[in-house]
Design a protein. Structure first.
Length: 309
């Protein structure tokens, strides 16, 4: 849940910077992006101010709200590498990927050199998420997780390596959500639709969306992608499901992984002269566009979805 909340904060950070970008002449889609070659101190101040405010707000949220009912304890570790069938790890990688992307692109817009932008921006996913792990290590009920750190690093590296090599994201991380129906079994998965969006990993799917034209050289539209998705189902608690709830036997739910293949759209490749629409498409490009999909899992074998969200 916290990772998605931090990602929402990152999106708000991006929107704030985009609001400033809209007043400038630079074109921001990758196909025609132009970055200034001299440092713009006003833009640097804008990026630093918005990023700093977002960072402080996140730390304040953790200290004043998230951990307020948990006792402070000596620093300790927690192995959650098998929790939620690794859906939480996919969320960590996804958040770090976009945190690094947003910061790097914002620094380039401010006239910071490509090398410096990649060093600072590429590390931003870790800078944003490492304090969470440190805080976790200091509070009861949590713990510093090395598997979280590995996931954070993987997401940041996926962005940084591609940006360093091609100044483009040929393979993007994306997210989709569809209500699972499991919250009706247990309130831990959310008692409102908004809570379920954050708490119910059964409804989350994370995607690696590869640009077909860039990876195969086929003569297809520049915006057409092929996506590999990962999700999981049947999860109530982190490692297993309850046998009883409120004194009654709890229904058996098979916990299993889901692997999916589908088409997708790279909205950064859609050409438009509208600055507002470019910003809107940039934000929407974090999400997987619904398409038919084929799924593989141990329960159903092969399953076809006419439209997968």
């Amino acid at each position: 849940m916290r990772i998605l909340l931090l990602l929402v904060a990152t999106i708000l950070f991006n929107i704030q910077v985009d609001a400033q970008r809209a007043n400038d002449s630079e074109r921001l889609c990758r196909s025609d992006r132009i970055y200034p070659d001299t440092l713009n101190k006003k833009r640097v101040a804008t990026v630093a101010g918005v990023a700093g405010g977002t960072y402080i707000a996140g730390l304040t949220f953790l200290g004043a709200i998230w951990y307020k009912d948990h006792a402070r304890v000596p620093f300790h570790y927690y192995d959650d590498s098998k929790g939620y069938l690794q859906m939480d790890k996919a969320g960590h990688a996804y958040a770090a990927y976009y945190q690094s992307l947003v910061m790097t692109r914002s620094l380039r817009w401010a006239g910071v050199s490509k090398k410096a932008s990649l060093i600072i921006g590429g590390s931003f996913g870790l800078i944003m998420q490492t304090p969470i792990e440190i805080f976790d290590g200091l509070y009861e009920g949590w713990g510093f997780s090395w598997s979280d750190m590995i996931a954070n690093t993987s997401g940041a590296l996926l962005f940084t390596v591609q940006e360093a090599l091609w100044e483009d994201q040929i393979v993007r991380m994306k997210f989709s959500y569809s209500p699972s129906g499991y919250p009706e079994y247990h309130p831990v998965l959310g008692q409102t639709p908004l809570e379920s969006f954050f708490n119910d990993y059964n409804g989350h799917t994370y995607w690696l969306s590869a640009n077909i034209k860039k990876t195969t050289k086929l003569k297809v539209p520049a915006w057409l992608n092929l996506s590999f998705g990962y999700s999981a189902n049947g999860m109530i608690y982190e490692f297993d499901n309850p046998k009883y709830y409120r004194g009654q036997p709890f229904p058996h739910l098979e916990r299993y992984r889901q692997y999916l293949f589908s088409l997708d759209l790279d909205l950064s490749k859609v050409k438009t002269k509208s600055k507002f629409l470019r910003s809107l498409l940039g934000a929407a490009n974090m999400l997987k566009v619904p398409f038919p999909a084929i799924e593989f899992n141990k329960v159903d074998g092969v399953k076809w979805h006419w439209l997968y969200f």
